[in-house]
Write a protein that binds this ligand. Structure first.
Ligand code: 5GP
Ligand code: MN
Length: 328
């Protein structure tokens, strides 16, 4: 891939590889791209003898537990976290561009952090300030950016690293179907397969891991879709009482069903949680965009995949506002 923006990645790696201890953090409610890129980068740093830790608000979701990881993955309640953070000389932020997306416990640590910050991301309009900002919105995923950095720096991509990076490319492109899927992405995926990633195993581990209860909730949600704008807007709304006992991990992939209905242009999953937070996950066909809707609610994302969370939100009002903001 000869895109000029990838040239800066060698410089970022040069600077990063002078560190002795590095932190890696990605967004709350982690997905295949945030976990895959974090573990992939961890691997490359270790291969150079650099000590590294992944500092994360939430644990690795069940369907990504198969990715090679160890005690270097720590959560906010780890007793050593303060020491690990203060002794690190670089902090790599992956797959997010607004500091709030680090989560309520990691954010204050990040705000007090005085070392160098490296940002690797593919979302537009970064708010987060970094000494080394590698925001490549043309990329399918943060895993693609980390893989291209490794290739540019001539690092060895072993089976473990390849598995992690392939996973994030696969999940962020919706299984090589969404708009960032192109020949370069397929070539990179092929390189990762040649490096040891097993596409059949990874698909099975990541995608065929829903619990029965989660599938039953999906069935319920699909039978109560809110359909408006002559079938172009499909909202899957799940209320607080229906979500009892579930976590956001159980809803992985639900939103995609809204766009698979013939005639749908914009789809959304709107969930109301026990603590009063209303979360939205929005998707659109390439002819439409949803980022501006997510931004209205203080969130963000990509043109065709965006999200927001509204604390103490009123579900009916939020749904009404989305219906009003949608332009078909
Ligand atoms: P998802 O709907 O899968 O949770 O997220 C889709 C996209 O929207 C992702 O790229 C994610 O980074 C972004 N996104 C989701 N929730 C939020 C949010 O609360 N704030 C911001 N700024 N972006 C979000
Ligand atoms: Mn991503």
């Amino acid at each position: 891939m000869n895109h000029p923006v990838y040239g800066t990645l060698s410089l970022a790696w040069q600077a990063l590889s002078t560190a002795t201890s590095v932190l890696i953090s990605a967004h709350i409610d982690p997905d295949g791209d945030s976990i895959g890129s974090s573990l992939g980068l961890l691997h490359f740093l270790r291969s150079q003898g650099i000590q590294a830790h992944i500092v994360q608000e939430h644990p690795i979701p069940k369907n990504l537990q198969f990715l090679p990881h160890d005690s270097a993955f720590i959560q906010h309640d780890d007793p050593d976290i303060a020491h690990i953070v203060t002794t690190a000389d670089a902090w790599c932020i992956l797959d997010l561009n607004a500091p709030q997306r680090l989560g309520p416990h990691i954010l204050p640590l990040f705000e007090q952090y005085s070392g160098e910050v490296f940002l690797f991301d593919h979302h537009v309009n970064p708010i987060l300030k970094a000494q080394y900002s590698n925001v490549i919105i043309e990329s399918s995923s943060t895993c693609e950016i980390i893989a291209r950095m490794a290739l540019a720096a001539h690092l060895e991509i072993n089976t473990q690293a390849a598995e992690c990076l392939y996973t994030g490319i696969m999940t962020d492109t919706g299984g090589f179907r969404h708009s960032r899927t192109n020949a370069d992405v397929m070539r990179l995926a092929a390189t990762l397969i040649e490096s040891g990633a097993d596409p059949v195993k990874i698909y099975d581990k990541v995608m065929n891991a829903q619990s029965l209860a989660s599938m039953q909730l999906l069935g319920l949600a699909l039978s109560h879709l809110s359909i408006s704008h002559e079938g172009a807007l499909i909202l899957m709304i799940i209320r607080r009482e229906q979500l009892h006992g579930y976590s956001s991990e159980d809803l992985e992939g639900f939103v995609n069903y809204t766009l698979s209905i013939d005639g749908a242009k914009i789809g959304g999953l709107i969930t109301e949680w026990e603590d009063g937070t209303v979360k939205m996950s929005l998707r659109s066909k390439p002819t439409h965009e949803v980022r501006s809707i997510a931004e209205y609610f203080g969130g963000g994302g990509h043109m065709q995949a965006a999200g927001a969370r509204v604390r103490q939100g009123n579900l009916e009002e939020i749904v009404g506002k989305i219906q009003e903001l949608v332009k078909i």
